[in-house]
Design a protein around this ligand. Structure first.
Ligand SMILES: [Zn+2]
Ligand SMILES: [Zn+2]
Length: 285
């Protein structure tokens, strides 16, 4: 059974209002480790720490970091990306196998020298930079947010050691292992899942990354602001596929990072079930 880390900070806003309470059925499980930004004593477990400026500068420019300091969201952004970095380090040390990271100000629209869509810093990119320094060589990122992961693409555009497969509005591929998959509006769950099976999974199996990062945006859900017409349950099936390939190619090392999506009911439905999938627990809630 995989050991799953949950990295949680208390962000303002509507979409995570039911958290962490809605996770209660999971937090008691012996293979679920909970890293909380405020209550280090919750379930006697662990503490989520913000990232240092020094680590930010491995990916982002000093100018950009200074700009974000003036937004009023700087500290929250440090926790948002801190979860991804800490998850990577905990997996590297063998304390957990996979992770779900809650964010409020990340991730995939933050590039080297720009940010947008309230993505200030890029947690996946900073985690990859940290892992590279410690000897890891190959990474895959799959992005199922509705929008193009322009920040992540910017950071790794000429870095062939990072396979970046982005489900968005265009078809694209190049010699640096950068791939876009066009998802039309009004698609179906089956068509979306087929793209994951036919395009992402074979590429990951051939590429053999040591870690997989999943930028999990649920703004693709019917009724959301990036509506592609897929159902809530499609996300759970995506989690099964992404976890399955991580188990097959990289001993289960998978970090899911929350990206876009605004609806509280969709977050409350999908996230606990995705975490249960990662932890190989029943997802009947
Ligand atoms: Zn989005
Ligand atoms: Zn894209």
């Amino acid at each position: 059974m995989r050991r799953t880390g949950i990295f949680f900070a208390y962000y303002q806003g509507e979409r995570l209002k039911d958290f962490p309470e809605v996770l209660d059925g999971l937090l008691g499980k012996i293979n679920v480790l909970y890293y909380d930004a405020v209550y280090s004593s919750r379930n006697g477990l662990y503490y989520l720490e913000p990232i240092s400026e020094q680590l930010l500068l491995k990916v982002h420019s000093q100018n950009m970091v200074e700009e974000v300091k003036h937004t009023g969201d700087y500290e929250a952004a440090l926790y948002s990306v801190g979860g991804a970095v800490q998850a990577a380090e905990e997996i590297r040390q063998g304390n957990i196998d996979n992770a779900f990271v809650f964010t409020s100000f990340g991730d995939h629209h933050a590039g080297k020298n720009f940010y947008g869509g309230i993505c200030y810093f890029n947690g996946a990119a900073i985690a990859i930079s940290m892992l590279k320094e410690k000897g890891t060589r190959r990474f895959a990122i799959v992005d199922t947010d509705s929008h193009h992961g322009d920040g992540t693409r910017d950071i790794f555009s000429r870095d062939g050691s990072v396979l970046h497969v982005c489900f968005c509005h265009q078809d694209y591929s190049d010699n640096y292992n950068k791939v876009d998959i066009q998802i039309p509006y009004h698609t179906t769950d089956e068509a979306y899942l087929a793209k994951m099976k036919q395009v992402f999974i074979p590429r990951v199996e051939a590429f053999k990354p040591e870690y997989i990062f999943w930028e999990y945006g649920y703004d693709t859900t019917s009724g959301e602001y990036g509506d592609k017409g897929i159902s809530r349950d499609c996300h759970i099936r995506l989690a099964e596929l992404v976890k399955g390939v991580a188990d097959k190619v990289c001993e289960g090392r998978l970090i899911a990072i929350l990206c876009g999506g605004s609806r509280r009911d969709v977050a409350t439905y999908t996230i606990p079930r995705i975490i249960a999938t990662l932890a190989e627990l029943s997802n009947r809630f």
